[in-house]
Design a protein around this ligand. Structure first.
Ligand code: URA
Length: 234
């Protein structure tokens, strides 16, 4: 693949802009500047740098972000900044999308990718990909509330009850809730349906991925691919 084509595919601008970055000596491979846009490279496993910043070549981009509070998961946010502003411009240009949305005030694990097939797979209600939420509530959590969340509650937009796949009390006003659906405001609405209220919400797991302490709110890292999320090779 031509070096200019590599840059273009990774979101570094128009073909002309990619050529110009290379011609200006801003692109290096293994620390050696390459100023020939036609230079042929094998993109598999390639790490190149642009203006001093390393980039792994990724045919599709897979990103794990620690979403901070006060950001919307929308390209056109209404009141708060967009989570996409936390990504560097090549990723924005590649048009990565959040896999499902977290509310403005929800923190935690957010996956972003430009792999449309994976987004479909992860958000399809039939696939039952588990998402784990750490929930802080305004009132003490009761065993009855947990039993009702596990048995299923009716939300306004669907007569069919929706149940938590798992639910445990983790503190006086704390719950760990595992959901396999991804309905609008699902955690908040389910907790409200059993007579409590969400005061804080944090997503700690998505599929096989866990958000550890390695990322501060607002930080992101590359994922190797869908297998990191699904836990199995595709
Ligand atoms: N459920 C909610 O209510 N809000 C979120 O952000 C995620 C799940």
């Amino acid at each position: 693949m031509r070096l200019a084509q590599v840059l273009f595919s990774q979101g570094f601008g128009t073909r002309r802009e990619c050529d110009n970055l290379i011609l200006a000596g801003e692109v290096a491979i293994q620390g050696v500047v390459c100023d020939d846009p036609d230079h042929e490279v094998d993109p598999r496993g390639l790490v190149f740098s642009v203006e001093g910043r390393d980039w792994p070549y990724q045919e599709k981009a897979y990103v794990l972000m620690h979403k901070p509070a006060g950001y919307e998961c929308s390209h056109k946010p209404s009141a708060w900044p967009s989570v996409y502003t936390l990504l560097p411009s090549p990723l924005r240009l590649r048009d990565v999308q959040a896999v499902g949305r977290l509310d403005q005030d929800t923190t935690g694990l957010l996956i972003l990718t430009d792999d449309g097939a994976l987004i479909h797979r992860l958000t399809s209600p039939k696939k039952h990909v588990p998402k784990v939420y750490e929930v802080g509530t305004t009132d003490p959590v009761t065993e009855t509330q947990v039993a009702r969340l596990l048995a299923g509650v009716v939300l306004h937009d669907d007569p069919k009850p929706v149940a938590a796949a798992a639910c445990e009390i983790t503190g006086e006003r704390e719950l760990r809730l595992t959901l396999v659906q991804g309905k609008y405001h699902q955690v908040k609405r389910m907790v409200a349906a059993v007579g409590n209220e969400v005061a804080r919400l944090h997503r700690s797991r998505f599929g096989a991925l866990e958000l550890g302490r390695e990322l501060a709110p607002g930080q992101w890292r590359w994922l190797a691919g869908p297998q990191d999320i699904l836990g199995t090779p595709r």
